[in-house]
Ligand binder design. Structure first.
Ligand SMILES: [Zn+2]
Length: 378
């Protein structure tokens, strides 16, 4: 069900963008117009104007602009309908709904990807996933773990998949809209372990696929789609949000296996930009849940670069972030290697100054060793 156009317009007339601007950033309203610090690019002098007459905002710095719904959408990382509902809630406005809408479209696509997800899971439960399971076992993930993290599989028989889609009325057009088909019309995933990428409502919206053979790139992500935007979404498991709320910080790591390894070690508050460089929008999304971030990128040149990049963009995020950088012991390339190699465990704790530290306990030649990682605050 979608919200009727009329009701969206009526609500706009009854609401004031200043109510949302002034509760999310610093600014001043003079009469019906105002200026505020732009929450979308981070700044010290106000360059975002807003007006209650037309309910519009515009930033002269980063050029972000739009109406009240756009503002609420961007600041809360919401879909359009959710933003309208949030505005309505604030004013106790009763929205009217219609049957057909863009939201219906979203739900439609969500249902289709859920069906496809079932197919991938069945494939994982079948004989065909033997090699995939062997590989995952070699990385210390057993059957139960695969279920817990909804890890699935697609074999190389694209015809079977096509038949399944035909039967379920999922067209090539749908597959394209859902990011399964590349811009040059190829089906993206063949013979790959599939990691579901979730939105913040824990719905599957895309996949990261890990190749089982030396064919194509080792990791491949869904293309941007109606449900998924590479530069906004992150990879995490369905326990992510509750874990972040409990622990009060987020672990940011590089890859799928790093996220899963941390889950195994008791840290479901882990997320990864899934193979791409971390973006401001991703940091922005994370910062709605916590401003404390523990970075633990790979122990190599690329990891160092990624860390430096976070330094560059962290001030452009609207919330002030507290970023801690955790260095792994030299012998480990990344968290997943530490998990695989180890009979031990990791502990994250904060000292009396609130600086986090990571301790590793691991078994070396029969004795338990303890290392505290070098930590610095960025
Ligand atoms: Zn701006």
């Amino acid at each position: 069900m979608g919200i009727s156009k009329q009701s969206i317009e009526d609500l706009k007339k009854r609401s004031k963008i200043s109510d949302f601007v002034l509760s999310t950033t610093t600014g001043k309203l003079r009469g019906t117009k105002g200026m505020a610090l732009c929450p979308f690019h981070g700044e010290k002098t106000a360059s975002m104007s807003f007006t209650d007459v037309e309910n519009l905002f515009h930033c002269f710095g980063c050029k972000m602009g739009g109406d009240i719904y756009k503002y609420v959408q961007e600041i809360n990382n919401l879909e359009f309908q959710d933003a309208v509902e949030l505005v309505a809630e604030k004013y106790g406005f009763k929205l009217t709904y219609t049957e057909t809408s863009q939201t219906n479209d979203f739900k439609n696509f969500q249902q289709k990807i859920n069906l496809i997800d079932e197919y991938f899971k069945e494939m994982m439960d079948s004989e065909k996933s033997k090699k995939a399971k062997e590989y995952l076992t070699s990385r210390k993930f057993n059957e139960q773990d695969l279920k817990r993290y909804d890890i699935s599989f697609i074999d190389s028989n694209v015809e079977d998949f096509q038949k399944f889609c035909d039967k379920n009325k999922i067209s090539d057009f749908d597959l394209k809209k859902l990011g399964f088909i590349s811009s040059n019309d190829n089906f993206l995933f063949k013979n790959r372990i599939m990691f579901p990428i979730l939105n913040f409502r824990s719905e599957t919206i895309a996949y990261g696929g890990r190749a089982l053979e030396d064919f194509g790139p080792k990791y491949l992500n869904s293309s941007d789609s109606v449900l998924y935007k590479k530069n906004r979404n992150l990879y995490f498991t369905k326990e992510f949000i509750s874990s972040v709320k409990k622990k009060g910080y987020v672990f940011l790591v590089e890859g799928y296996f790093d996220v899963l390894s941390l889950n195994q070690l008791g840290y479901s508050n882990s997320a990864s930009p899934s193979g791409t460089a971390l973006t401001i929008q991703q940091l922005e999304a994370v910062s709605r849940y916590t401003n404390k971030i523990l970075l633990c990128f790979d122990n190599d040149e690329a990891g160092l670069k990624a860390t430096e990049r976070v330094l560059e963009i962290k001030n452009q995020v609207s919330n002030q972030l507290e970023i801690h950088c955790l260095n792994l012991p030299e012998k480990y390339k990344d968290i997943s290697e530490l998990y695989e190699d180890n009979e031990g465990s990791i502990y994250v704790s904060a000292d009396k100054n609130g600086i986090y530290k990571l301790s590793f306990k691991y078994c070396f030649k029969g004795t338990y060793c303890h290392i505290n990682s070098a930590v610095h605050l960025l």
